[in-house]
Design a protein around this ligand. Structure first.
Ligand code: HAM
Length: 415
């Protein structure tokens, strides 16, 4: 039987140069996370299904429609992680990590959703979780972290939408108010909204149906029904992000698709993406540790979607790869060419040779197709004279250098 030669729906191959861009984005994320005091945590790609049932929310779309759940050979129900946060909380409790602590992670997540531009079934999240801190200042700092990260990788046009959805004290009262409003609107709302009225009423605000949105314009809003403590917390978050000059806006309908949030919720929006314009999001989740059987631990975090971030990046200027191809004039020079190749690599200069291409013209053509910046020719005359010919494949310029000047010259040019 022939091997299926296409990848599964909703998955992506990262081939060069996209794989290199991915690497750079991840590297910059690591650097910034370390700068803010976060340390890396690596958790399994799959967990016991109950980890997500307890956290992401039994009534959330992720749990009801989007999880990749399977039984292993011993009959255990396991799920490929749809997001990073629940596994981190589970691991912190299981490894008795002392609190407060700051953790970051990078890895693939899986959601069975309808694939489209910016929405995949396998996608990467870059996340940070600040565990054990209740101050609104950490909420503002987390938002600042996100904006700073996007700026550092060249996304300077994203805004952050911020909201507060209250706490255990004010949310049940608000929920009642909302449910009674929705009951009255029932017949004008779509089937999905009707289903949410009892299960998860706040999620009606995520409905994209224009007629529902029109009806919901008169609904009571979470931020208008906060208790004094939540209102004060929200005010400090907003004051602080204003002081930091962060481009923010209030989105009173931002409730987020996961059940564990309380108080601050936020999403980073890119203006260059279509429907899937949220390049990152997060919020406070002060009750999640308790849901896992731990003590109450205030916590806040965010996750950035790698693929959407890459789509939102400005198109880079065409740039040659900062590498050298060693070219021999004939097979007689293969040995000295390999010696040079090894010397370049020992000096930390990225270098390659084409063993299977004896002809000079073919080697140049391959070097060009590789997008290499430089080709160094090792020929009989050059060896006799103790020099190398170096050709810049971008400009076509050629220089002849004494052998001992080559390495310092290359280091200067390639940085
Ligand atoms: P989330 O908003 O579900 O939050 O996902 C975070 C980001 O992951 C989104 O903003 C988006 O960029 C990306 N993303 C989500 N689903 C997909 C998909 N199907 N395809 C491509 N990208 C996607 C969370 O997952 C929370 N755990 C964030 C968090 C961390 N909250 C507190 N700490």
């Amino acid at each position: 039987m022939a091997l299926k030669s296409y990848r599964p729906k909703g998955t992506q191959d990262f081939v060069p140069p996209a794989s290199e861009v991915k690497h750079i984005v991840e590297m910059k994320f690591r650097e910034l996370a370390s700068l803010y005091g976060y340390r890396e945590i690596v958790t399994p790609t799959f967990e016991h299904t109950e980890v997500f049932l307890k956290s992401s929310g039994a009534a959330s779309d992720i749990v009801t429609k989007e999880m990749y759940t399977f039984n292993d050979r011993a009959g255990r129900s396991l799920t490929l992680r749809p997001e990073g946060t629940p596994g981190v909380v589970r691991a912190v409790l299981e490894n008795r990590i002392s609190l407060p602590c700051r953790l970051f992670y990078i890895g693939p997540c899986f959601r069975y959703s309808k694939p489209q531009k910016g929405r995949y079934r396998e996608f990467y999240q870059l996340g940070v979780e600040a565990l054990g801190e209740a101050s609104p200042l950490i909420d503002a700092e987390t938002i600042q972290f996100g904006i700073t990260f996007f700026e550092k990788i060249g996304i300077t046009n994203c805004t952050v939408q911020v909201n507060s959805i209250g706490c255990r004290v004010c949310r049940p009262v608000y929920r009642e108010k909302l449910v009674s409003f929705l009951q009255k609107e029932r017949e004008h709302l779509c089937a999905d909204c009707n289903e949410r009225i009892q299960l998860n009423p706040l999620r009606v605000f995520d409905c994209k149906n224009p007629s529902c949105q029109k009806r919901l314009a008169r609904a009571p809003l979470p931020k208008e029904n906060l208790c004094p403590e939540c209102a004060n917390h929200f005010q400090v978050v907003i004051e602080r992000i204003k002081e930091m000059g962060i481009p923010w806006e209030n989105n009173p309908y931002l409730v987020r698709g996961l059940d564990y949030y309380n108080r601050t919720t936020f999403e980073f929006i890119s203006p260059v993406l279509g429907a899937q314009n949220s390049i990152g999001g997060g919020g406070r989740y002060d009750y999640l540790f308790e849901d896992f059987g731990g003590n109450q631990v205030p916590a806040i975090g965010l996750a950035i979607g790698l693929e959407r971030t890459m789509l939102a990046l400005p198109t880079p200027a065409h740039r040659r790869r900062q590498m050298v191809v060693v070219i021999r004039a004939s097979e007689k020079e293969l040995k000295p060419a390999i010696e040079l190749l090894n010397r370049l690599r020992d000096e930390g200069i990225s270098a390659q040779i084409f063993y299977d291409a004896p002809r000079l013209r073919r080697q140049f053509a391959l070097a060009d197709s590789l997008n290499a910046l430089l080709a160094i020719v090792v020929g009989e005359d050059e060896l006799k004279e103790g020099v190398y010919s170096v050709k810049n494949l971008n400009t076509g310029e050629q220089v002849t250098l004494p052998q001992k000047e080559l390495i310092p010259w290359l280091k200067k040019l390639l940085g």
